[in-house]
Design a protein. Sequence first.
Length: 405
Amino acid sequence: MESQTQPTGWRAGLNRNVVVLGLVSFFTDISSEMLVPIRFIFLVRWLGTPLALAGLIEGISEAAASLLKVAVGKRSDRVARRGPMIILGYSLSNLAKPLIGFVSTWQPALALLLVDRVGKSIRGAPRDTIIADSVPAEYRGKAFGFHRSMDTFGAALGPLATMLVLNRTGEDLSAVFRWTIVPGLISILIIPLFLREPARKAPVAAEPAAPSSAEPLGARFWAFAVIWAIFSLGNSSDSFIFLRSFDIDAQLMLVPLFYAGFNIAYALAATPLGSLSDVLGRLPLLLFSLVVFGFTYLGWSVASQPWHIAELFVMYGLYYAGTEGVARAFVADLVPKGRRGAALGWFTALSGLATLPANLMAAYLWNNVGKQAPFVYGAGLAFGAALLLLIGYRWLRGPRVEPAP
């Protein structure tokens, strides 16, 4: 592990870089989550985009950016400093989102969504690798959980900011996009001002030809990544949840409020569950969270009242708290230190690529079978992925892969 001053006591695992990157994600998620509850509604109801095309736009954006994550992850293992990659990624995302508020057709909206996803792809692996490298293994779950908590506290404020903008502008959705520039710029400025990434002793040498071999990352990593990709085939964009909420209760102002409740539950639970994974292991938390996801999606298939929506968003927040940071920490446990960037890139890329067929299937089921069908389908794949993790439990839960002394 690179030289870092490590806090002790209750702050153990929460050093300067972890806190700074948490603040960056806090402000970025205020910006990003201002849009999440209204983006699909904006595309479908305001720009007149057909539902299948809107799902295709979301899926193509995520899938195209996912292909970049692999190259970025490998690159982050080889460069001396990852800070410039992180700045570029956050800048692309936080400067593209406000521009969507000025478009009137879906074509430029697609282009800007692609830029946003590209930025997310560039920043993710180097940021997560810095977090993994900055703390001892015994506090890795806590560090990732803290980062997800900061990220999600920002995400909780984002929908509240959306409600404020909608209230002040007569429910002008385009104005919400334009106002994302404020927290976005704050996020960009924090990185060069406060991040203190130590120079690495030596970048990892380039891999030899034949990158198709899975041996450098190990069979356990690839098995886990594939199982998670199978689950992701049913984990369609959250935009379908917001569209379902809007159909159950057509009060536009309530959608951001429900989403704020989701993010509060997520933020409050992320750090404790991350710390719990350091004690119990990552897999028990991941298994439990997949089961929670399955029952939550089944709930969306039968929900009919606004209070159903509120309860389901809280359950959904618990699923996120038990998977987002914990899954990244588990990936870091499975591979050698010098391969974490590549592993995190591959992991997020496979999950992201699954978003395209997941969204297309959700749109097809919504239009041709019923609004409940995408959620039953997603629940089935979540339970199936949980079963696969259970079957391979003892093998996957083998010892952490740490560098030789």
